[in-house]
Every structure is written in structure tokens, then in C-alpha cells.
Ligand binder design. Structure first.
Ligand code: URA
Length: 434
């Protein structure tokens, strides 16, 4: 078998066999097939797409490309959650402590930023000293001891996805349904949870811009999960504007902390309660979503969720103090407003452009090797439907470089449209697929 022939077959619209898929995944994992050939194949997949059986074969080949985590030593039903990626998506930061405080063991593997979207691991590293480089033993012990641990994808867990993820990030080949489905599900299957709750985003800040594509992605992932014997549920949620107000690593951590204190933005809280309910039901802690929501609201109100976050941060090398004093998080030197050019209602915010603003400020990666600046980003002052007067701030920029702040400001202004009439509100949660 030759990689060249596989690339050409896909480029010409052919359907790859499971053997051909396994050949390129195994060869790439072993370092025998170079990045440039895999980049070419990814671009061919992007344009020609993959069939359902190719996607399943790709998922299984990636899940089998390394070890599988054995979580049997963790007591209780392990429920994992994964997002398809969005802008301002700090959900895991608040949700994990919330469900852990309700008694669901959270043994979660998270990723870094991808394209215009941020990643949980980068965000968590805003806590000085915090590490996600845990051994499997530490990971299991932390979950058994405090109920929660989050680690980065280890070199031996779905290593094919780890390499492909970083390659797709810098070759404009992220937003393909089969590549996203196989990337997420290979990791989730290898990571060993009993049940999986997926947050599938749709809108201008999501990889799946159209709701019909998001639904197809959700259905595909649910099918893969069920075929592999895992209870899998997908929630389709809006990503047509940033989630909450904060976009950027440390800024999002701060917003997640505020949410655990009971001061969270409405959309963000709604998402945490919806996903959290599905997790509590799948984990056998609640009978229905009404009961689950009450349990989740209670752990915010009594401070248990915030304290769970403090325990978790401390167990992974950070200071619990930072959770109670978020002013200790990394801070940008320049803070300046983006003034509204006219008065009116915010009609639309092109959401992936907001992610790119954060990237321009230094909050994301331009190449596989880029270092990110955890302190920078934006905090929106108004969201879709809000009224602003000319000269008032549409958003605050947090930067360490005046030139980058200027570029981000221009880009933010171009991403926002303001009109005389209030826009119609679309539902935030679009569907729950079981
Ligand atoms: N999240 C992943 O883990 N993989 C993707 O391809 C996209 C989002």
C-alpha cells in the first residue's frame, strides 16, 4: 500500500477502505508517513468528504492507535463531556466542578485551542503552577480522592488524533464533519468513560456553521458512541455569538469562577445546567432534568461547586487562593474599549471573527509551536439584542501590544453590525439528541 495512492483515491472522490485508513493512521502515528502527505490527504477529505463507514473506520483506527484508559478503579458511573469547540467556551471549567460537587466522578481529558477556538487545557494553565500532565495513577487517585481530575491528552492515548489535531489546526482542515466526529469520538472511546455528553455547537463561531450540519455531526457521534457500547447524548447549542462575555484564557477562567459564585452570564449558565443535567441523569444521580437542575443550582448557591474548583486546582499544582482571588490570574498591561461607531441594537457579531481577535492579541496559536499569552483577550460589553450608544464600549480589549490591540479593534468593529430595530432572538439550546 502507498500513501500516494490513498491521497489520489480520495482526491478523486473514491471511498477509502478500512485497511487503507488503518494504514495511513498507523504509519502516521509511527512517524513513517510525513506531515506533508497527511496534510494533502486532510485537504482531499475536506473537499471530497468521507462516508459514514469511512468515518467509523477512521474513529476506530485512531482510538486503537495507542492505549485505552482503564477507569475501572474509579467508583461510580464515569460521565465525560466534550464540546465541538467555540468562542468563549469555558464550559468545562464551571461544569466539571458543578457535576463533581453533585457526586459524579469527573475523569476528563481535554484539549488545547484549535483554529479560532480556545481549549480547556490552555485556560486551566492560567492558574499559576497548574498542570494537566498527570500520570494515569495520579489522575485516577485524584478522581477517587476529590471527585475530579482533568488531564491533557497523553502521548499514548489516541496519539493519531493528537498528531492530526495539531496538523489540522494549522492547515485549515478542521471544519469537516468526519474529521471532527472521529477526532472527538476516538479520544472519548479511548478515555474510558461509561457515558459521553457532547456539546455540539452551531453558528458563526462553530466549526459547523449550519444547524443542519451540526445536527448531522451530533447524530453521527451519537451513533458511533452507541455502536461502541457507550451511552451518548448530544446537546446542540448556539455559537452564533461568543458564549458568555469573556473570550481569552485567563479572562474566561475569571468568568467561570464568577459563574460558580452565582454571577454567571445567562447563556453560559443555561448551557452548564443543560449539559450538567444530562450528565447527572446519565450518571444515575437524578431522575429527570428538573431534579438535576435543582441539584446543580444548589451546589452553586451553597458554595460547594466553587470549593470543588479550589480543591481541583490545588490537587493539580495550582493555588486554591486564586479561585477565591481571581485578581491573581495573569493580567494584560493594556485595557482599552472598542467604541461603538453609531447608536443602535447589536444585530449580529460574527463569532469566529471574535475568536480571531483573541488570536491576534496572542491568545491562540498561529503555528503548532506558538506560545500563547494567557492574559489577553476581550470582554464583550454588549451581546446580540443589546442597545448601545455611539461612543460606548462594545467590548474591552486586553492586550500586551498596542499594535495588536489596534488590529483586534478593527477586526472587532468589522465583526459587529448595529441596526435601528432589535433583532429576533433565536433559542440558545437547539436540540438534545439521545
Ligand atoms: N474538538 C476535537 O477534539 N476535535 C476536533 O476536530 C474539533 C473539536
Amino acid at each position: 500500500m502507498r500513501m500516494y495512492d490513498i491521497i489520489m483515491k480520495k482526491r478523486n472522490g473514491g471511498e477509502l477502505t478500512a485497511e487503507e485508513i488503518r494504514f495511513f493512521i498507523d504509519g502516521y502515528t509511527r512517524g513513517e508517513i510525513p506531515d506533508y502527505q497527511v496534510s494533502a490527504l486532510m485537504m482531499a477529505v475536506y473537499f471530497q468528504k468521507m462516508t459514514e463507514s469511512e468515518t467509523l473506520a477512521l474513529t476506530m483506527a485512531m482510538a486503537d492507535s495507542g492505549d485505552r484508559l482503564d477507569l475501572t478503579e474509579i467508583r461510580g458511573i464515569k460521565v465525560d463531556k466534550h464540546s465541538t469547540g467555540g468562542v468563549g467556551d469555558k464550559t468545562s471549567l464551571a461544569l466539571a466542578p458543578m457535576v463533581a460537587a453533585c457526586g459524579i466522578p469527573v475523569a476528563k481529558m481535554s484539549g488545547r485551542g484549535l483554529g479560532h477556538t480556545g481549549g480547556t487545557i490552555d485556560k486551566l494553565e492560567s492558574f499559576p503552577g497548574f498542570t494537566t500532565a498527570l500520570t494515569t495513577r495520579q489522575f485516577i487517585e485524584n478522581v477517587n480522592h476529590i471527585g475530579i481530575a482533568i488531564m491533557g491528552q497523553t502521548a499514548d492515548l489516541a496519539p493519531a488524533d493528537k498528531k492530526l489535531y495539531a496538523l489540522r489546526d494549522v492547515t485549515a482542515t478542521v471544519d469537516n464533519m468526519s474529521l471532527i466526529a472521529s477526532s472527538i469520538m476516538s479520544k472519548k472511546l479511548a478515555a474510558g468513560a461509561d457515558a459521553i455528553v457532547l456539546d455540539v455547537k452551531t453558528g458563526s463561531g462553530a466549526f459547523m456553521k449550519k444547524e443542519s450540519d451540526a445536527r448531522a455531526l451530533a447524530e453521527e457521534m451519537v451513533k458511533i458512541g452507541k455502536n461502541a457500547g457507550r451511552k451518548t447524548i448530544a446537546v446542540i447549542s448556539d455559537m452564533d455569538q461568543p458564549l458568555g462575555y469573556a473570550v481569552g484564557n485567563a479572562l474566561e477562567v475569571k468568568e467561570a469562577i464568577e459563574t460558580l459564585k452565582g454571577n454567571g452570564p445567562a447563556d453560559f449558565l443555561e448551557l452548564c445546567l443543560t449539559l450538567g443535567s444530562q450528565m447527572l441523569i446519565a450518571g444515575g444521580k437524578a431522575g429527570d432534568s428538573k431534579q438535576a437542575k435543582e441539584m446543580l443550582e444548589a451546589v452553586i448557591a451553597d458554595g460547594n461547586a466553587l470549593e470543588k474548583m479550589a480543591e481541583f486546582v490545588e490537587a493539580q499544582g495550582g493555588s486554591r487562593e486564586t479561585v477565591y482571588h481571581p485578581e491573581q490570574l495573569p493580567k494584560a498591561r493594556i485595557v482599552r474599549p472598542v467604541p461603538a461607531p453609531v447608536s443602535g441594537y447589536i444585530d449580529h457579531i460574527v463569532c469566529d471573527e471574535v475568536g480571531i481577535c483573541s488570536l491576534i492579541l496572542g491568545g491562540g496559536r498561529e503555528t503548532k509551536e506558538s506560545e500563547i499569552d494567557l492574559s489577553v483577550g476581550l470582554v464583550l460589553c454588549g451581546k446580540v439584542g443589546d442597545y448601545v450608544r455611539a461612543g460606548e464600549a462594545l467590548a474591552m480589549l486586553y492586550a500586551n501590544d498596542g499594535g495588536k490591540a489596534e488590529a483586534a479593534e478593527k477586526r472587532y468593529l468589522a465583526a459587529c453590525s448595529i441596526t435601528d430595530t432589535p433583532p429576533e432572538k433565536a433559542p440558545f439550546i437547539k436540540a438534545v439528541i439521545v
